[in-house]
Ligand binder design. Structure first.
Ligand code: FAD
Length: 584
């Protein structure tokens, strides 16, 4: 929308941030600390977005913590790795800006906010074969955050419904690793966490949510608490509608509030942090590989419909990577509005993924975004693939998590809701019967499982190399020999889950430069307009280098955008706003 905002009549801020995910909140906090006034507008009645439902991990190589632990890494290796992963789709200046600023941001968050990160030693990069890849120490996760610090604002926090939970107790990424891969002491850890949760008496009477927040919940809550400290306003239920452009410069936004359109002036800049377009079926059909469905994401159901991307395009912005997803295989969540991501089941021994011909087409333990790409490739190549099927036997069912089913040792079939059978999961006493139920070729399935059983004995998968790379083994069962990712699928009954190529958001968006400024097709910045997170085309190009590759850039470029706005403001007005970014 072009037009004007009336100074003195419409609300005015230096910086208007659209979207209250982690990147948006970091941008607002940093803008405030640079001497600028900031507002965050949020479409839904909850703050936090997908960021609050996530693992909260950020991918930041070469941190002080990794150095202190004696881990060998270097900025050049990190750069070489991302450059190789990005496959020439991202300018080097942007990759360098990410790596340099992510480090500074992590330190700044630690010193200035409630968000403190802990390095995750064993979470490996996803592409061990690329130059500069490392087996760990590049991912960080939020330290636990005490929900009491949020006060009444807790009621407005988006609470994840679809992460693994231990009887209500929250778990960290390190907990999840210890538990899923059965590291020594895992049972004690589970017991400790569950006890901690149920004996947290005063709080237990107040809320079902674990007071000791972890992962994305800790990230969103601690950032919001940092906004509260600074009295930075957050307007919930205020969906952004359009940009206001005057003389080629973005000077504000229009948004809906209480059914009315309001205009908000942004004296220095607008930062679009409104996620991707995964919940917009029309945009999915236009840009993404088919079939595609806006019900497949594991993100907040009503939130990210590409509003900011569409407004950016209208204002003349270029886009990139629009045909790509932050893919994750998903299964339908029973009774839920959303899907459940299959992060771990595919690596655990005794599972196999097949297409409708009963054939494997992928290393099931592959990093989740790449697995989704392989589902689509199989669909192209063979016509199989969508949906795919994850098949297990009774041994797997007893020991491990299987989509929404807790291990049978905790939640046997008799304790599952009756209507899940044949809907959420399928079960049969023979492979032939199971194949009939799910419409998969019988001979193909039997042949595949006979091969898998042979590979399990030998501990080597010569077809797809499951259980070879560090990322495969991360969620394998360390007690399973000879290969933590391979076990026979032999004991009836057999089970199946229907798997779709879902996502944790879309990867493409507005093209930005190393300052997070939105660019036109001609490569010129649109004055006053910035985009971060999934509203921008990813700095990682078509790849997902390691755990934390979406949130790391989202928060980093939020910080970068605020720094840039402050430095432009200082240069333009010389009015006492001091840009400190150069010094930090
Ligand atoms: P969001 O966090 O979704 O924030 C966008 C916000 O904008 C939302 O609050 C939305 O309501 C709001 N909004 C949308 N439209 C409008 C509008 N018109 N007006 C105003 N507001 C609007 N990534 C990692 O890097 N590390 C992980 O550990 C990780 N784990 C994950 C685990 C799960 C289960 C899931 C689902 C995702 C995970 N991800 C992880 C992915 C990551 O969470 C997302 O990629 C990231 O949160 C996207 O950030 P964002 O700021 O772009 O979007």
């Amino acid at each position: 929308m072009s037009g004007s905002v009336e100074a003195g009549r419409d609300p005015e801020f230096d910086v208007v941030v659209v979207g209250s995910g982690a990147g948006g909140m970091v941008a607002a906090i940093r803008a405030h600390d640079q001497g600028l006034s900031a507002l965050v507008v949020e479409k839904t009645d909850k703050f936090g977005g997908t960021s609050a439902m996530s693992g909260g991990g950020i991918w930041v190589p070469n941190t002080e913590q990794s150095k202190k632990a004696g881990f060998k890494d270097s900025p050049e290796e990190a750069f070489e790795y991302v450059k190789a992963a990005a496959q020439g789709r991202v300018p080097e200046s942007r990759i360098r800006a990410y790596l340099e600023n992510a480090l500074k941001l992590e330190r700044w968050l630690d010193e200035n906010t409630h968000l403190h990160y802990l390095v995750v030693p064993k979470y490996p990069d996803y592409y061990a074969w690329l130059p500069g890849a490392k087996p760990g120490y590049r991912t960080m996760e939020p330290r636990r955050f005490d929900a009491r610090k949020l006060g009444d604002e807790l009621k407005n926090l988006r609470i994840p419904t679809n992460l693994i939970s231990m009887a209500g107790a929250s778990m960290s990424q390190i907990d999840a690793y210890v538990m899923v891969s059965k590291q020594p002491g895992w049972m004690l850890l589970v017991l400790w966490r569950v006890l901690g949760y149920w004996t947290d008496f005063p709080w237990r009477l107040k809320s079902k949510v674990d007071r000791r927040m972890t992962m994305g919940t800790a990230m969103a809550a601690s950032l919001r608490a940092s906004m509260l400290d600074r009295k930075i306003p957050l307007w919930l239920n205020t969906p952004f509608e359009d940009l206001i452009v005057e003389d080629g410069r973005v000077v504000g936004i229009t948004a809906k509030q209480g059914g009315k359109t309001i205009r908000i002036r942004a004296r220095r800049g607008v930062i679009l942090a409104a996620g991707g377009f995964e919940r917009n079926q029309e945009m999915r059909e236009k840009y993404l590989p088919k079939p595609t469905d806006s019900h497949w994401p594991v993100t907040p159901p009503e939130a990210n419909t590409g509003d900011a991307i569409a407004a950016g395009i209208k204002a003349g912005a270029a886009v990139d990577l629009m045909d790509m997803l932050w893919g994750v295989p998903v299964v339908g969540e029973p009774g839920g509005p959303s899907q459940r991501a299959l992060f771990v089941e595919r690596s655990l021994p005794g599972s196999v993924m097949v297409n409708k011909f009963g054939k494997r087409f992928v290393n099931e333990a592959l990093a989740y975004p790449d697995l989704v790409n392989e589902i689509y490739k199989d669909k192209e190549k063979t016509g199989g693939g969508v949906p795919a099927w994850l098949i297990i036997d009774a041994d797997f069912r007893r020991k491990y998590l299987f989509g929404p089913l807790m291990p049978g040792s905790i939640q046997p079939d008799s304790r599952l809701p009756k209507d899940w059978l044949g809907k959420v999961f399928f079960r049969a006493n023979t492979l032939d019967e199971l194949a009939d139920q799910i419409g998969v070729d019988k001979a193909g399935l039997k042949d595949t499982i006979a091969r898998m059983n042979q590979y399990a004995k030998e501990g080597v998968d010569p077809e797809f190399h499951r259980g070879r790379d560090p990322i495969d083994l991360y969620y394998g069962d360390s007690t399973n020999k000879p290969n933590p990712c391979l076990a026979p699928i032999a004991k009836p009954p057999f089970y199946a889950l229907q798997v779709y190529p879902g996502d944790t958001g879309t990867k493409g968006g507005l093209l930005t430069d190393e300052h997070a400024q939105v660019l036109t097709e001609a490569g010129q910045p649109i004055p006053g307009l910035y985009a971060i997170g999934n509203t921008s085309a990813s700095v990682m190009g078509p790849s997902y280098p390691g755990p934390g590759s979406t949130l790391g850039p989202a928060v980093t470029f939020g910080w970068v955008a605020a720094n840039h706005i402050a430095s432009v403001a200082a240069a333009e007005s010389n009015s006492g706003v001091i840009a400190r970014n150069a010094a930090e």
